[in-house]
Write a protein of this length. Structure first.
Length: 79
């Protein structure tokens, strides 16, 4: 009975591992196609990737600024 159970577990883990590796390689390929431009002899960030990075930086700066302003203005508040 133990051998059968071990074989079932081995089959399940092999299937899950195969699916996970397929999904991982597919996502990696998708991200490379969207964000990396390999035209010519150099590899660089694509235009879309640059726009995403710029908006992420602006969002991070605004979020951190709001956090700092809220923290400074609440120094005298009693909670």
């Amino acid at each position: 009975m133990t051998n059968i159970l071990q074989e079932i577990i081995a089959l399940l883990t092999a299937g899950i591992t195969g699916i996970a590796s397929g999904i991982g390689s597919g996502l990696s390929n998708l991200v490379q196609q969207i964000f990396i431009d390999t035209t010519g002899d150099s590899t660089k960030l694509s235009i879309f990737g640059g726009v995403v990075v710029v908006f992420a930086g602006v969002s991070l700066a605004i979020g951190l600024s709001r956090w700092v302003v809220n923290w400074v203005t609440s120094l005298g508040a009693s909670n």
